[in-house]
Ligand binder design. Structure first.
Ligand code: BEZ
Length: 211
């Protein structure tokens, strides 16, 4: 059964390039991104892990840790990190889980037999401080992910957790947002004293409230 939004992210213990972890303890009180890649020493994965390393400060700004997983061993991960650092101009600065027994991959339904061999597809799970799954993404092995999109959705979820708004198509931090349709105009006046623009009764646009 695949994980759904709002489910508790399964806990596990695993060996990583930074030692053995218990997942929920490792997450601590912040946010986490768990993402799988098909295999070590493969080109698209090399670019993805390099980009993730370069974006570490952006994840940290959002109080979000990042951890990668594949069915390769920790020893392989450690050898591959040298290639990532060399070719992508970065220092891999987050743990990679060695999931040789497929424990994590099966818990998170990252193995898709229709996608070829018994390696993980490109899954992403965003997990909040309550250990709830807040976003999932699944890409085929052939398509490298857009990690800016992962940061964008963290911004959206962290914003909309605190305010009665939703974020429109292609929204980026700082852009205008949409007042939740469940809020009456009377209620909206309390939450958005600076006002809003009504395009339709259900489409009310206002400034991002935490700016
Ligand atoms: C890659 O990371 O380049 C890759 C891995 C598995 C299948 C296709 C591409």
């Amino acid at each position: 059964m695949s994980l759904r939004l709002g489910d508790t992210a399964p806990d596990f213990t695993a060996d990583t390039t930074e030692g053995r972890i218990r997942f929920h303890d490792w997450i601590g009180d912040g946010w986490a991104v768990l993402f799988s890649h098909p295999a070590d020493f493969t080109p698209v994965c090399t670019t993805e892990l390099g980009e993730t390393a370069k974006l570490q400060q952006e994840f940290a700004k959002r109080d979000c840790k990042v951890i990668a997983v594949s069915v390769d061993s920790v020893e392989d991960h450690k050898a591959w990190i040298g290639d990532i650092d060399e070719t992508q101009g970065c220092a891999v600065n987050f743990p990679i889980i060695g999931d040789t027994d497929h424990k994590v991959s099966e818990l998170y339904d990252m193995l898709h037999p229709g996608e070829g061999d018994a390696s993980t597809v490109r899954s992403v799970f965003l997990i909040d401080p309550n250990k709830k799954v807040r976003m999932t993404l699944t890409y085929p092995k052939s398509a490298g992910r857009n990690f800016d999109e992962i940061l964008r959705v963290i911004d959206s979820i962290q914003l909309t957790d605190g305010y009665k708004v939703a974020t429109p198509v292609n929204w980026r931090d700082g852009d205008d947002v949409i007042i939740l349709p469940s809020l009456s105009d009377e209620e909206a006046k309390q939450h958005f004293p600076e006002g809003w623009k009504t395009l339709k009764p259900y489409l009310r646009v206002t400034k991002q409230p935490n700016r």
